[in-house]
Design a protein. Sequence first.
Length: 93
Amino acid sequence: MKKDYNLILSCASLIYFASLIYISFKNILLNDVLEAIFEFSTIPFILAVPVLVIFSFKGWHADKWKVRSKSFLSILILTVTIFLVIVATVYNI
C-alpha cells in the first residue's frame, strides 16, 4: 500500500509543478486565495520530492529491481518532475 502512496504523490507533484510552470509561462493571474494556496503548498512539494525519491528507491530495492514495479514508475515520474523544474528554472519561466 505504501508503494501506491508514493505513486500517487509522485503524480501529484508532477501535476502541481506542471501547473505552476504553465501558469507562469502563460502569465495567468490568479485570485488571492488560489495564489495563497499555491504559495503555501510549494515548499512542502519541494521537500517531498527528494523524500519520495528515497522511498521509491527503497521500494524498488525491495521489489528486487523489477522494471514493472510501481516504485520504478514513481522514480520515472519524479525524474520527469525534477527535469521539468530544472528546465523551468534555467529558462526562467
